[in-house]
Design a protein around this ligand. Structure first.
Ligand code: 2RA
Length: 335
């Protein structure tokens, strides 16, 4: 059978990636309804060889006939329309953080915890933050092979995580600096070109930022490990696409790098890309546009018992958002 999909936030970076992925994966589409703000309404986007006109999302919009709604817009849109659409019997796949930590909303990466899709009392399923997904994709096989005691992760997040305006800001600042002109910072608090910002989201009184809190809470929920000891530092870097993560894991039982590499290689959706002797390690330029989570620099951490270091790179617009959402829709349409 075929399905009617609604995409809220269709003209954003994730929305456009979603259309490409629906095309590539030949998702069984009966039709599409694309929604965006007034500013983008009227745009025509193509998917599966057909043209689709973007509609303005308004409180009067009728969603009749839609089977699945993919939301990747603002938290306010997710809060208002996620509730409204699911109440209308539409299955909502939400990319925001609004519902992720609710007990009656599954938080899903299909390769890691697809079983969580069995219970969706509110007809809402959340996809994780784009830094959480690659982390749990790498941790799951290690958790199964040797148990996990503690994780320390530092992220290097591209500006596409903030959106198209941030990508423009990085490019414009770089051009201006190359021409010895002033580089204005509007999207970010400071210049991002040739700089690093250890600040994503908002700070709490303890000095953690909301992006770090999200990674810690979401990872524990997805791995069903509420007591997992985990700490994160999130950094915005002057890269256009892909998030990278330096991950240090303290396992419960011994696991040699060779065996860790084998466990990771067996994980669907993970590509082990790791041969320092040939200068082979994951980089954003390798993972951009790709579906896999790239894992490399797998090596023992001799500073602790059963310690392991690894380096993970994944496309934050694809597996970090759009691909994960489409894969969930595929899971829900399989009979
Ligand atoms: C970011 N993870 O990178 C957040 C939202 N995509 O900005």
């Amino acid at each position: 059978s075929k399905y009617v999909l609604g995409i809220l936030g269709a003209t954003g970076a994730v929305g456009k990636e979603t259309l490409d992925i629906l095309d590539e994966r030949k998702f069984p589409l009966e039709s599409l309804r694309l929604f965006a703000s007034k500013r983008s309404a009227g745009e025509v986007l193509s998917c599966q060889g057909r043209e689709w006109k973007v509609e303005e999302l308004t409180p009067e919009t009728s969603f009749a006939g839609i089977d699945f709604a993919l939301i990747s817009a603002t938290d306010a849109i997710s809060r208002e329309y996620g509730a409204r659409l699911s109440a209308a019997g539409i299955l909502v796949i939400d990319d925001s953080g609004v519902f992720r930590m609710e007990d009656d909303v599954p938080l899903v990466v299909p390769e890691v915890n697809r079983q969580a899709l069995r219970s969706m009392p509110r007809r809402i399923v959340s996809i994780p933050n784009c830094t959480t997904t690659p982390l749990v994709m790498a941790l799951k096989p290690l958790q199964e092979a040797a148990g996990i005691k503690r994780v320390v992760v530092t992220t290097f997040q591209s500006v596409s995580g903030t959106g198209a305006a941030a990508m423009d800001e990085l490019m414009n600042q770089t051009r201006n600096l190359m021409a010895f002109r002033e580089a204005k910072a509007e999207v970010y608090p400071y210049q991002i070109a040739f700089n690093l910002l250890p600040h994503i989201g908002s700070f709490n009184e303890g000095g953690d930022c909301s992006e770090e809190i999200k990674i810690m809470r979401e990872t524990r929920k997805i791995l069903e490990a509420p007591a997992l000891r985990l700490t994160a530092t999130t950094v915005r870097v002057p890269v256009l696409r892909c998030h990278s993560e330096a991950i240090n894991v303290e396992l419960e039982r011994p696991l040699k790098p060779h065996d860790a590499r084998a466990a990771l290689a067996e994980m669907p959706g993970v590509l082990v890309y790791d041969d320092p002797s040939k200068k082979l390690y994951p980089m954003p330029l390798d993972a951009t546009g790709k579906d896999d989570v790239f894992v490399g620099r797998i090596r023992e951490d001799e500073s602790t018992a059963n310690g392991l270091n690894l380096w993970v790179v994944s496309d934050n617009l694809r597996k970090g958002a759009a691909l994960n959402a489409v894969q969930i829709a595929e899971c829900l349409t399989e009979h």
